[in-house]
Structure formats: C-alpha cells, structure tokens
Design a protein around this ligand. Structure first.
Ligand code: GLU
Length: 472
C-alpha cells in the first residue's frame, strides 16, 4: 500500500536521520546501523489444489546483527516486496533496542493473499519457505527467529517449528527457532494478545500524565475516552478489547470492506460475531456507514489506533485526521511528512517502534522459555502462595482478626505464567514510555516521541558496536 512517493524503507530512514542528527555518533557508525545487512529473495513453485502451478515469491531481511538472533515476524500479503521487508526489519531493530529486548531486527514476507489459498496450500508454502530459510542459514534459535505478523498466526508458526525440528535432528533448543507458537507446542501464555495488551499499557501510561493530557484538552485515564480502531486482526481486536474493558468507548472501526461509526459506542464482541456471520462489519445495527474505509480514520476521537498496514496516514489525509492521540499499532502507519505535520499540530503520536513492541517483548519471553525448557512460574508458584498464607496468618494473629476464605484465596496466590508475562509486559511498556518521554523533553520541543525513541535505539545499538571494539 503506497500513498507516498517515498519508499517505506526511505520513510524509516528519514525518521532515523532526524534522530541521528541529535546524536554525536560517528557518521560511519550511523551508516552501519541504518543499512539493511542481508536480504534473501526466494522463489519456489507451488502446486495448487486444482493441479495448476504457481511461482511464489518470499523474502527474509536481517537488518542488524549487532545482537543475535535477529527477530521479526513473517507476513503474508500482496504488498510484500524487498523494500517493505527491509523497512520492517529496520523497525524491528529499533523496536527491540527501545524496549531492551536483546535481538537484532529482521522481517520476512511471502507475496500472497492468504485468503485465496486453502489450508493445505498455506501449509505447503510455509514449510517450503522454512526449508529455504534453513538452507541459507536464515533461521535458528541463535540465528534468526521469525514470529507472526500480518496474515500469519500460531498455525503457521507451528508449521515452521515442525519443519525446522525435522531438519535439525535432535537439536535440543529447536523449538526456539520461532515464536508465537501454540501453547501446547512450545508457545507461551499471553503471546496472542501481547501486542494489543502492550498498546493498552503504553497508552494508559501516556494518559496517566496529567500535564500532557491537559495540553490535549483531555482528562487523565482511559475511562470514557473515545477510540477508533483500524483493523480488527489480532492487534486491533485485542487492543480494542483491552480499551473497552477499561471503560473506553469504541466509536469507529475501519476494515478492508469499509468503516462504521456510532457516537454511543460499538459492542466489540457483537461486532466480531456480526462480521463472522456476514463476512463484513458493514450494516452492524446501531452504526452508520462511512463512504470508504479510509474515512474512518478521520472520525473525531480521542485515540486513533491504526492497526492494519503502513502509510495509511499521509500528506493526502493528515489535515483531516482529528484524533488527539494516535497509537501506532501497525508498523509504519504514518509517513514521515504526516508525522511532522501531526507533531506541529500538537497531536500526541505514540510511535510504532515503541507502542506495538508488546509482541516482540512476549516473543522474547517465549524464546527464553524455550531455551530454559521450563514454564515460567513452575518453580515458585506454590512457594509464593504458601509464603503469602504465612504472612496472612501472622497478620491474623497479631491483629486478632480473621480473613474470609475468599480474601485468603484472592491474596495468597502464586504467579502463574500468564501473570508473569502480563507483569513483564506492563513493566516494559510503562517504564519505556517514561524514558522516551523524558528523552523527548530533554530536546526542548525539537523531538517528538518517535524521534526520541529512535535516539534511544541508536544510542543503544551504537554502544554494542563500541563494546565490540568495532567503532571507537
Ligand atoms: N510481527 C511482530 C512485530 O512486528 C512481532 C515480531 C516478533 O515477535 O518477533 O513486532
């Protein structure tokens, strides 16, 4: 999808250059960080169910090897091309550095519309793609670790893990070759909703700062905020779900078939059921239809969450965007020129490389789980629970009161895997927001949150190269 004369990778690099100019690193070092290190373009034939044969194009780009493995999703979409995977791989590099996830950045893609293929065809494509990555050393627990992205999910990740496992024969860490797997097959509880939940945690942190909310004419907190979501895929759906649970009002939704709006609020679960039954969000009771999908982005709202594809907010529509906060659930939804215009207008843009980093953060936890071969919480859950019970008993004795069984069960609970994943994600998103904001403030109005987060990423990566002794 291109609404901009500048390529996507160039967009990312413009953002990089703006931030790089605020640092003091050597130009050659900056150049090394900016370039995409390796790209592999593959073609292979697919025999379709009807007997015809088609040539499939796939890519994997590894943008930076300053830390290994490299990490990033695999998308199945018709817009996939070399420039796009390089741009997305670069964003992964910066994203990992921003949230302190110790990976380099990568991204893969296959140029197909997954909806036009049977499950059997998708499995053949995925397994062959994995085999091609393996042959060229573009996959492995310490090399390059894919994950879900647009058009892929746990099912594709399990095909990848299974193919890799069958190729490496007895490699004990083989399951760590990919993340986003189904939980019974080496996945981790909380990965599916991680990106959406991370968006929620990040925006909630931003909305808790009264000084910033005042500037936007908003009150603090999520409750009562009017939100618009573009894309009801894994990221958009889960983000919307967590916002609605916290009392936000979903007043608009855009999907590929169009956009709908309701000032009194849209019931998300009922909308999902309606879409499943009719194949479309349109004609959902109580909503009005907008002329086209993109018009949904222009609904006046407090928080706009573009959670579909890149370049949807561009010079052509930026003046009509009326949101006060934009949380970039998708990668690269705002062109660099549009981003500048929004910053000048005082719109709070919470950038992709930070706000959608929940996915890779929990992927990191999954990778650690696979390498340690133990479920998080397994060792300490019961110990913690008993320790809490002992404390409660001591309080009961010293205060001569009795807690109800309900209170004891609620308080004396050891953390299980999902609790730990949620808490690790919350800590990552909240702490990182405060850091990015502090960096932005340190530039006295010259840097928006995107530039500030890029500065942080650049500093972090530069440190790796200097630590390695490569650059002075
Ligand atoms: N595809 C997701 C992203 O763009 C997740 C990547 C990962 O978990 O490695 O951040």
């Amino acid at each position: 999808m291109s609404n901009s004369p500048i390529s996507f990778f160039e967009q990312v690099n413009r953002n990089f250059d703006k931030a790089a100019a605020l640092t003091k690193h050597h130009p050659t070092l900056l150049n090394q960080i900016r370039e995409c290190n390796s790209v592999y373009h593959m073609c292979f034939p697919l025999r379709r169910d009807d007997g015809t044969i088609e040539v499939i194009h796939g890519w994997r780009a590894e943008h930076s090897h300053h830390k290994l493995p490299t990490k990033g999703g695999i998308r199945y979409a018709l817009d996939v091309n070399e420039d796009e995977v390089c741009a997305l791989a670069a964003l992964m590099t910066y994203k990992c550095a921003i949230v302190h996830v110790p990976f380099g950045g990568a991204k893969g893609g296959v140029c197909i519309d997954a909806k036009n293929y049977s499950v059997g065809e998708l499995e053949r494509i995925t397994r062959r793609y994995t085999f091609e990555l393996y042959r060229k050393n573009f996959i492995g627990p310490g090399v390059d670790v894919p994950a879900p992205d647009f058009g892929t999910g746990a099912r594709e990740m399990s095909w990848i893990a299974d193919t890799y496992q069958s190729l490496v024969n007895n490699e004990v860490d083989a399951l760590a070759c990919v993340t986003g797997k189904p939980v019974p097959f080496g996945g981790i509880n909380g990965r599916t909703e991680a990106t959406g939940l991370g968006i929620f945690f990040g925006v909630r942190e931003a909305c808790s700062i009264s000084e910033d909310m005042k500037k936007l004419g908003l009150s603090t907190g999520i409750e009562g905020k009017r939100i618009v979501v573009q894309g009801l895929g894994n990221v958009g759906y889960h983000a919307a779900k967590f916002f609605c649970e916290a009392g936000a009002i979903l007043i608009g939704v855009c999907e590929r078939e169009g956009a709908i709006q309701s000032s009194t609020g849209i019931n998300l679960e009922e909308l999902m059921a309606h879409r499943k039954a009719t194949g479309s969000i349109m004609s959902f009771p109580g909503t009005t239809s907008l002329p086209d999908s993109a018009a949904g982005l222009e609904i006046p709202c407090d928080i706009l969450i573009p959670a579909a594809l890149e370049n949807v907010i561009h010079e052509g529509n930026v003046d009509r965007i009326k949101a006060k906060i934009i949380a970039e659930g998708a990668n690269g939804p705002t062109t660099s020129a549009a981003s500048e215009a929004l910053f000048k207008r005082g719109v709070l843009v919470i950038p992709d490389a930070y706000i959608n980093a929940g996915g890779v953060t929990v992927s990191y936890f999954e990778w650690l789980k696979n390498l340690s071969h133990v479920r998080f919480g397994r060792m300490e859950k019961r110990f913690e629970e008993q320790a809490f019970r002992r404390i409660l008993r001591a309080i009961e004795e010293s205060t001569e009161t009795n807690f109800s069984q309900e209170s004891i069960d609620r308080i004396a609970r050891g953390a299980d895997e999902k609790d730990l994943v949620y808490s690790g994600l919350e800590e990552t998103m909240c702490r990182t927001y405060q850091k990015i904001r502090a960096t932005a403030l340190s530039f006295d109005g010259r840097a928006d949150l995107r530039t500030a987060s890029f500065v942080q990423a650049i500093d972090m990566i530069a440190l790796c190269y200097t630590d390695m002794g490569i650059f002075p």
